[in-house]
Every structure is written in structure tokens, then in C-alpha cells.
Design a protein around this ligand. Structure first.
Ligand SMILES: Nc1nc2c(c(=O)[nH]1)N[C@H]1C(S)=C(S)[C@@H](COP(=O)(O)OP(=O)(O)OC[C@H]3O[C@@H](n4cnc5c(=O)[nH]c(N)nc54)[C@H](O)[C@@H]3O)O[C@H]1N2
Ligand SMILES: Nc1nc2c(c(=O)[nH]1)N[C@H]1C(S)=C(S)[C@@H](COP(=O)(O)OP(=O)(O)OC[C@H]3O[C@@H](n4cnc5c(=O)[nH]c(N)nc54)[C@H](O)[C@@H]3O)O[C@H]1N2
Ligand code: SF4
Ligand SMILES: [Mo]
Length: 688
């Protein structure tokens, strides 16, 4: 396979990798004729995606050449949020940013400038090189994350790091628990692996509060109430201990704290757990029995279950289970989550970000609390917000709080974007961003082990620039002269990937992260904890004020939490990813995406609709102390009574009142890992 520079004449094919925040990181090929991309399709040679893309990206060229693309810098001429802008030149835009940043640094210091870098492009340069500039400036550093940090931190509390099973190893499993992951929707290229295991006799169990399309395809579906899985896991442990299904030899050799855990779970009878999680006693018994008797056995999870107040505890608890049954002994046994941590061996993030450029430690603020951080009353105040690859007004919890911040006349807002998103409408300046086929990069995957090369296929559309080029321009405008702020893309990658032959990578298109050859990460223990063992009992967690053993805790804002709150707001609200054509908040605005999907609506079971006296299609008001939202009712059989769902990913313009699902969601920071409690949100519903 060869890659060619984008040329203006003739025809060529460029090989690239999807940049989306999606576990699949598919390989694609772009056919270019006379400088115009005429076809983009999956690369059949790609070792993971094998030629298939997805309904989100199959029409990617519609996105690239959309008449709505932002192609020049824009200056706001209307009120914030109104969406009226005029085109300006890059020099003018950069001069204005440099002047405003200069003023803010002089009066408030660089700790009043907030870069908000989200997951719009998860390529290495796009995500991490910008940090060099923000380090040099000494701007605010956001801690935690909307996605992934909690799952990693929870797992690390038990296993020592986030490193676990390569999901393609599920091919060798005989029992697969898809626990809080909607594989067929969110990780579709893993499904063939699961089907292959199934053809060889594997059973697939889905554990999810929603009967998703994945649940519909499973052999068995278990439906706990949201945020109650730890109780379920503790009862499974109870049965494993009670019925002597524990692999005592492995446990003795490779874990610490088993006796304490066994004593702790003695009280977690299936009856007790059933009362908490709503799963019948017989089903808990059966689940534990299958888990304790079938080998190889694997748990697969991803991100959804971290979006709870005790999200890290979920990952902490379920990562204890494989140790108890010695699942790590077998090929296809163990626990498979995000494998991004394995790719760290290929790309040195610190070399990309250069923390040594900081003039002083950066002011740290939590990403999850953007609504609070932008609040007029927040001190010391944030004076400038610079959004890169994100749409916070739609994706951050407590979004109406974010909107109040964006409305502030004294907040200088810049958004680097491809489209005029809900957030961009509030910007003072909007800067045009390239798409993936317009820039050079490499893409470390988190759903498989293949890091992909991305060759630019065409020249940037209009005056769009990549994230890295933007930050070189910002450095120049600010008069920062350090050479590492001005290095070119290829030189940066060569330096950040010392162990990868970049020319070979460019030629072949992908390189595999190092991973144990026999497929088993921990057959003989050797966990990266201080003890080298699986920490069923964690002194480190106890020292941080968390329970030392896996412990079920009800979120304050849940049906089993604060009774006063649950009396006022009797429904648990989920706001999930649900549409095959949406990737987070990207795509819902495009003509071949949003209009072909159903929604938005509020979904509930018939019993709840009866209780409220409403019928399918009727308009209701869903509300809590954060906001209210008007939506039509959709009656379904996918939920438990008392749990409702609003599909997420739509922009304000698609909602009757301009507010989206996140207007209602909970911005409490998770137990540890600095994530979001989106899925611990309570609401009340009344007919309109
Ligand atoms: N089509 C499509 N694909 C996507 C995305 C998209 O927007 N659209 N987004 C991408 C991104 S950014 C990510 S992070 C991944 C996420 O991939 P996943 O983690 O697989 O997806 P989610 O829908 O976030 O959550 C998975 C499931 O967790 C369930 N869940 C919520 N709370 C609980 C709980 O308390 N217990 C249990 N057991 N389950 C719970 C939800 O009902 C949901 O079905 O998907 C990626 N893929
Ligand atoms: N209620 C609810 N909220 C959620 C979730 C949920 O399940 N429910 N999921 C959460 C999760 S898991 C995640 S990951 C976040 C995702 O939140 P975000 O990371 O904000 O994802 P998107 O909404 O897709 O916004 C990405 C934006 O980046 C732009 N973009 C794409 N490529 C580039 C580029 O190269 N450069 C620049 N400058 N811009 C680019 C796109 O046009 C798009 O508008 O949302 C979270 N929010
Ligand atoms: S969004 Fe995900 S599934 Fe779709 S092409 Fe990109 S990596 Fe593949
Ligand atoms: Mo995510």
C-alpha cells in the first residue's frame, strides 16, 4: 500500500484512520481526483475494521464538503447565541486573540484562560500537541474527563493500571458478560468477534438497565436498576464463595484481601442484592453459577457505567471478579475494557505535551464542573474560554449552567470548529477546523491494539487549519519563540514515537501495540499494583477515604438515594447514546443523519405513562431543579418502571425548547477519576 501527497491533478488514493472518539478506529481509503475527494470507504486490509465503516461515517464526504462547513475565521456580530457572524481574516483573528489574552494575562494572569479540549479528534497530534502551547501560556488545566478517566481509575485501584484484556481475545471465550456496554451500537466492529465466539459455543449475557439492541441480540439479558451493579457483583461473589467456585490456588498466589472480601460478601446474599438492584434472586444465582463454572470467562465493559456518582467503584468491583475464578489463567478469560493504555508504549504523550514548558504550575479546575467554573460568581473568574474539538453546551452535564456562563458579556470565547454548533454560536470568534482527511496524524485506538496512520488526502477546505497548525499560529501570535511550539507535524510525530518506524507505518498504515503473544496479560499474576497482586482489599483506596473493599453505595440523586429528592423527582433519567448515525453530538445536524433518526423524545414503559396519565406521542414536561424540557412521550418495553430515557446527541435546534438532554443531567464529580454522574439524574414529569 502506498500513500501519496495530496495533489491537485490526477487521481490517487490516500490511506487514513477515523479520528472519532469511538473504540473502533477504522481504517479508510480516500480516492482523490483533481484535488477533490470523490470516495471514502473502509480499507478492506485493515486488521480490525476489515473494510467496514459505519452509518456515522459512510457519508463522511458529505461532512467534508457540507455547505455548512466553516471555511474562514468568523467574528460575532449578533448577540451571543444568536448565530450571526461575519468572515474575517486569520491575521485579524489571531491579533484579536493575542490582544485579549495579553490583557487577561496582565490583569488576571494566565490562570483566567480556560482551554477546553474535548474528544472531537482523538488523533495524537490533534489531542496532545495543543497542550504545548497551553503549557507555555500557563493556562488553566482541566482535571478529570467526560469519558474514560473513571473506568481507568476504578480498574487501576484493583489491577494496578487500566491494562486488561485485548477485546479481540473474546474470540476464545465461552462466556461473555457485556456489562454496561452497548457493543452493537458503540463498538460495532467487535460484534463479529463475539459472533465468532458464539458460533464456537460461547454464551453472551448483557447486563444493562436498558434493553439495548445488544441486549436483544444476547442469549440472556439481565436488567438491574441504574447504578446498582456493585450490589449485583457482591452477590455474585457471595455465591462464588458459598458454592466453593473460587479458584483458591490462583487467589492465594495472586490476590490480597480474599479473607476480608469473603467475610464482607457473606452479608451480600442474593436476596439482599435483589432488593437493591431489582434482579430476581434466581437470576443472580444463575449468573454467579455460570460465571463460576464456565471457562474461559470474560467480562467486557466500556464507558457507559462510569457515568455514575460511584462509577469508579463499579469498575473497581467488577475487576475483582476475574481474580476470584482464576479467569486470567485462560486465553479469552479475564476482563476487557478500553485498551488505550497499551498504545501508550507507541506514543509518548509527555513528549507531545511538554509539561516542562510551564512557567509555573497550572491552575486546575474540574472539566465536569464547567457550569460552575463559568458561573459569574466563580472566583477567581475565568475570563476566556477556548474550545477545541468539543461542543460543551450539548455534551457537558448541567448544560443550562454552561449556557449562562457562555452568555456572560465579560467572557471572551473562541471555538475552533468545523460547524456552527450550539456552543460555537456563543463564540466571539470561530476558527475553521480541518476534517481528518485534510491533516496528517496518527490515531491510537482504544478498542483494539492497532495504531493507524492518517495521510492527508486533500488540501484543507477553505482556510481551515488542523489543531496543530492552529497552535503554531497561536504561538506565533503570542510571540512565543520556543522551537518546540513551531515544529512541523512529521517532526513532532518522529520525536513522540521513538520506537516506531514512521516511514514503515506510513507505508503499511498501522502498527500493533505490544501485547503478550499468547493473548493472556496476567496468566501468572504480575499485576502492576504495589503488591504485584490483584488488590481485593485496597489500602491505597482506604488511605484516600474510600472503602477498602468493593462496596455498594447509592448515589444521592438516585431512586435509592436521598428520599426527599426521590419523592420530589420520582424517575431516574438516562440520556444514552442511541442512534447509529450519531457520534456524540457530531452529525445530528447533517441532512442524512438527524432527519433519518427518531427523536428527541422521552421514553418510558406503559405503566409509567399510565401512572402519569399520558399516552404515546403526547407532549410532557420533564423537569428537575436544573431545567425543564418539553418532549413527546415514547412508550417502549426497553426500560424498567421508574426509569425513563432521553436519547442524547441532538442539538438545541432539534429540541422544541432549544434545550438538550444535558440540561437536566447531574454534574456531581464521580467518587474518583474526576468523571460525570450523568446517569444519576432524577426528574419529575407532568403533562404539558
Ligand atoms: N453510534 C455511536 N457509537 C458510539 C458513540 C456514539 O455517540 N454513537 N460514542 C462513542 C463514545 S464517546 C463512547 S465513550 C463509547 C461508549 O460505549 P459504551 O460504554 O458501550 O456506550 P454507552 O452507551 O455510553 O453506555 C453503555 C451502556 O451502559 C449502560 N449503563 C448506564 N448506566 C449503567 C449502570 O448503572 N449499569 C450498567 N450495567 N449499565 C449501565 C447504558 O444503558 C448503555 O446501554 O461509544 C462510542 N461509540
Ligand atoms: N447526556 C450525555 N452526555 C454525554 C454522554 C452521554 O452518553 N450522555 N457521553 C459523553 C462522552 S462518553 C463523551 S466522549 C463526550 C463527547 O463530547 P465531545 O468530545 O464534545 O464530542 P462531540 O459532541 O462529538 O463534539 C466534538 C466536536 O469536535 C469537532 N471536531 C471534529 N474534529 C475536529 C478537529 O480535528 N478539530 C477541531 N477543533 N474540532 C473537531 C466536531 O465538529 C464536533 O462538533 O460527551 C459526553 N456527554
Ligand atoms: S465512527 Fe467508529 S465505527 Fe465509525 S468509522 Fe469511525 S471508528 Fe469506525
Ligand atoms: Mo466517550
Amino acid at each position: 500500500m502506498t500513500a501519496t501527497d495530496p495533489g491537485l491533478h490526477g487521481s490517487h488514493t490516500a490511506h487514513g484512520t477515523c479520528h472519532h472518539d469511538c473504540p473502533d478506529s477504522c481504517g479508510w481509503q480516500v480516492t482523490v481526483t483533481d484535488g477533490v475527494a470523490v470516495q471514502l470507504r473502509g480499507n478492506p486490509a485493515h486488521p480490525y475494521s476489515a473494510g467496514e465503516l459505519c452509518p456515522k461515517v459512510n457519508r463522511f464526504l458529505d461532512r467534508v464538503y457540507s455547505p455548512d462547513r466553516i471555511t474562514t475565521p468568523l467574528r460575532r456580530v449578533g448577540a451571543k447565541g444568536e448565530g450571526r457572524f461575519e468572515p474575517i481574516g486569520w491575521d485579524e483573528a489571531l491579533a484579536e486573540i493575542a490582544a485579549r489574552f495579553g490583557e487577561i494575562v496582565a490583569t488576571d494572569g494566565p490562570g483566567a484562560i480556560l482551554p477546553f479540549i474535548s474528544a472531537g479528534n482523538q488523533s495524537a497530534l490533534a489531542m496532545l500537541f495543543p497542550e504545548r502551547f497551553w503549557n507555555r501560556l500557563g493556562a488553566i488545566e482541566l482535571t478529570g474527563a467526560l469519558c474514560g478517566a473513571v473506568a481507568g481509575a476504578g480498574t487501576a485501584s484493583t489491577l494496578g493500571s487500566g491494562r486488561a484484556l485485548d477485546p479481540t481475545e473474546l474470540r476464545h471465550s465461552k462466556l461473555i458478560l457485556l456489562w454496561g456496554t452497548n457493543t452493537r451500537l458503540t463498538n460495532r466492529h467487535l460484534w463479529p468477534t463475539i459472533e465468532a465466539a458464539r458460533a464456537d459455543g460461547a454464551q453472551v449475557v448483557v447486563i444493562d438497565p436498558v434493553r439495548t439492541i445488544t441486549a436483544d441480540s444476547a442469549d440472556w439479558f439481565v436488567q438491574p436498576l441504574p447504578g446498582t451493579d456493585v450490589a449485583l457483583a457482591l452477590a455474585m461473589m457471595h455465591v462464588l464463595v458459598r458454592d466453593r467456585l473460587v479458584d483458591t490456588e490462583w487467589v492465594q498466589a495472586h490476590t490480597i484481601g480474599f479473607d476480608e472480601l469473603a467475610a464482607h460478601v457473606a452479608e451480600w446474599t442474593p436476596e439482599r442484592a435483589a432488593a437493591t438492584c431489582g434482579v430476581p434472586v434466581a437470576d443472580i444465582e444463575r449468573l454467579a453459577n455460570l460465571y463460576g463454572t464456565i471457562r474461559p470467562v470474560a467480562i467486557r465493559t466500556l464507558i457507559g457505567a462510569e457515568h455514575h456518582e460511584h462509577g469508579a467503584m463499579f469498575f473497581r468491583a467488577i475487576s475483582c471478579l476475574p481474580a476470584l475464578v482464576g479467569a486470567w489463567r485462560d486465553r479469552g478469560g479475564g476482563y476487557a475494557r478500553s485498551v488505550g493504555v497499551w498504545s501508550e508504549a507507541l506514543v509518548d504523550g509527555l513528549r507531545l505535551m511538554r509539561p516542562a514548558l510551564r512557567p509555573a504550575p497550572r491552575r486546575e479546575l474540574p472539566m465536569v464542573r464547567l457550569a460552575e467554573v463559568l458561573d459569574p460568581a466563580f472566583t477567581p473568574p475565568v475570563r476566556a474560554l477556548f474550545v477545541i474539538g468539543g461542543n460543551p453546551l450539548v455534551v457537558v452535564p448541567n448544560a443550562e449552567g454552561v449556557r449562562r456562563g457562555l452568555e456572560r458579556a465579560d467572557l471572551f470565547t473562541v471555538v475552533h470548529e468545523q460547524f456552527l454548533t450550539d456552543t460555537a454560536r456563543y463564540a466571539d470568534l470561530v476558527l475553521p477546523a480541518t476534517t481528518q482527511i485534510e491533516s496528517l496524524d496518527v490515531v491510537p485506538a482504544w478498542g483494539h491494539l492497532w495504531l493507524g496512520w492518517n495521510e492527508p488526502a486533500i488540501a484543507p477546505v477553505g482556510e481551515a487549519v488542523s489543531n496543530s497548525e492552529l497552535h503554531r499560529r497561536l504561538a506565533r501570535a503570542m510571540g512565543f519563540t520556543e522551537p518546540e511550539l513551531h515544529a512541523d507535524d512529521e517532526a513532532i510525530l518522529r520525536e513522540a514515537m521513538p520506537d516506531v518506524d514512521l516511514d514503515e507505518l506510513r507505508r503499511t498504515g498501522w502498527v500493533r501495540a505490544p501485547y503478550p503473544e499468547d493473548g493472556r496479560p496476567y496468566p501468572d499474576g504480575g499485576f502492576p499494583t504495589p503488591s504485584g497482586k490483584v488488590e481485593l482489599l485496597s489500602a491505597r483506596l482506604a488511605a484516600q477515604g474510600h472503602p477498602a473493599l468493593p462496596t455498594h453505595l447509592a448515589a444521592r440523586e438516585s431512586l435509592g438515594g436521598d428520599p426527599e429528592l426521590a419523592a420530589r423527582f420520582p424517575f431516574a433519567l438516562l440520556t444514552p447514546k442511541q442512534h447509529t448515525r450519531f457520534l456524540n453530538s457530531s452529525y445530528s445536524q447533517l441532512p442524512k443523519h438527524g432527519p433519518l433518526e427518531d427523536g428527541p423524545y422521552v421514553e418510558m414503559v406503559a405503566a409509567d405513562a399510565d401512572r402519569l396519565g399520558v399516552i404515546d406521542g403526547q407532549c410532557v414536561v420533564v423537569h428537575n431543579d436544573r431545567a425543564e424540557l418539553e418532549l413527546p412521550v415514547r412508550i417502549s418495553t426497553r426500560l424498567r418502571p421508574g426509569v425513563v430515557a432521553i436519547p442524547w446527541g441532538w442539538w438545541g435546534r432539534h429540541h422544541p425548547d432549544g434545550r438538550t438532554a444535558n440540561a437536566l443531567t447531574n454534574d456531581t464529580i464521580t467518587d474518583w477519576g474526576g468523571g460525570v454522574s450523568y446517569s444519576d439524574t432524577l426528574v419529575a414529569i407532568r403533562p404539558r
